[in-house]
Design a protein around this ligand. Structure first.
Ligand code: PAF
Length: 283
C-alpha cells in the first residue's frame, strides 16, 4: 500500500492507474469501513482510502480533539483489506489556509435530523468531501466513491451534491455492518463503557419496533415516534430523534397509504451516557 500525505504526491501515485474507487474515512477503522474498502476493490482500477479527521464538521463542544486516532492499526487494516493508495493529508495539506469557500447543501435535506442537532455538520462534510474528490478525481477523470448506509443522511446529501455539481463520480452505498447483537459498528462505539455496550443494541431494537408499528399500525406517526423516544428514555437514553421518513427525500410520509406502501426508513440518534449514536433501518 502506497501512503501519501500531500495532494501532489496523491496525484502522482494515481497517474496512469486508471479509475479510482475511493473510500473517505476519519480513521479508527472497524469492519464497517473495511467492508466499504472491499466494495471499492470490486469497482475501480485502483482502491484509494483517505484518513482525515475533518475539523469543519465538528461543533466546538464536540469530540474533534479526542476523536480516536489509531494510525498504525488503521494502516495495517487497510493494507490487509486490499487498499492500494492511502491518502492521509495533514491539516496543512487540506486546509493550508482557512477554508472560506464552503459547500452549502440544500437546507431541505441538510438542516433536518442530524443537521438540526449538529448545525453546520453537512456543510463541513460536503466541503471536505468536495475537496477530497477534487484531490482524488480531478486528474483521473472521475471514478466511484463508497459511503456507508449507517450515515444515511450523509449518503443522501453527498449523492445530491454530486448530482447537482455534475461530478463524474458514481456514489455507491455499502450496507451497515452490525455486531451480533445488532449494534451498528461505529468508531464512537469505543466511547461506551462495558455496561453501556450491553445496552447499546436498544437503539437498533427501538428503530425496528418503530418501523413495524409505523407499517402496521394506524396510530398517528407522531404518537408512535414519541412513544419510541419515551421507551428509550425509560432505559436511560437521551434521544434526539426517532422518526420515520420517506427514503426518497427524508420528509415525513404524506399519509396513511404512503405509510403502508412507500419505501421508508426509520432513523434515530440518541445519547447513552456521553456517547451519541445514530442508526437507521430501511423498510
Ligand atoms: O463519514 C465520515 O467518516 C466522514 O463524515 C467523511 C465522509 C469521511 C468526511 O469527513
Amino acid at each position: 500500500m502506497h501512503i501519501v500525505h500531500s495532494i501532489p504526491d496523491l496525484r502522482a501515485a494515481l497517474a496512469q492507474r486508471g479509475r479510482p474507487a475511493f473510500v473517505p474515512t476519519m480513521g479508527n477503522l472497524h469492519d464497517g469501513h473495511l467492508s466499504l474498502v472491499h466494495i471499492a476493490g470490486q469497482q475501480g482500477d485502483v482502491t484509494v482510502a483517505s484518513i482525515f479527521v475533518n475539523r469543519l464538521q465538528f461543533l466546538p463542544h464536540e469530540d474533534f480533539d479526542s476523536y480516536p486516532r489509531t494510525w498504525e492499526a488503521d494502516c495495517a487494516k487497510l493494507e490487509s483489506a486490499g487498499c492500494d493508495v492511502l491518502f492521509a493529508p495533514r491539516e496543512k495539506d487540506l486546509y493550508p489556509e482557512p477554508q472560506v469557500f464552503k459547500v452549502q447543501p440544500d437546507p431541505l435535506l441538510a438542516d433536518i435530523l442530524e443537521g438540526e442537532f449538529r448545525p453546520g455538520f453537512f456543510t463541513g462534510v460536503c466541503t471536505v468531501v468536495m475537496k477530497l474528490f477534487s484531490c482524488v478525481f480531478a486528474t483521473t477523470g472521475g471514478g466511484s466513491a463508497v459511503f456507508g448506509m449507517k450515515d444515511y443522511q450523509q449518503l443522501m446529501v453527498i449523492r445530491r451534491m454530486v448530482q447537482q455539481f455534475a461530478m463524474p463520480i458514481e456514489i455507491i452505498a455499502g450496507n451497515t455492518t452490525r455486531a451480533d447483537d445488532g449494534l451498528a459498528l461505529s468508531s464512537r462505539n469505543g466511547y461506551l463503557s462495558a455496561e453501556e455496550r450491553q445496552q447499546a443494541m436498544a437503539l437498533s431494537q427501538a428503530l425496528k419496533a418503530l418501523a413495524e408499528a409505523a407499517r402496521d399500525g394506524s396510530a398517528p406517526l407522531a404518537d408512535l415516534e414519541a412513544a419510541a423516544m419515551q421507551a428509550l428514555r425509560d432505559k436511560g437514553w437521551e434521544p434526539d430523534y426517532l422518526t420515520v421518513r420517506n427514503r426518497s427525500d427524508l420528509l415525513a410520509p404524506a399519509d396513511a397509504s404512503a405509510r403502508a406502501d412507500a419505501p421508508l426508513v426509520a432513523l434515530g440518534a440518541a445519547r447513552l451516557g456521553s456517547t451519541r449514536l445514530i442508526d437507521n433501518l430501511e423498510f
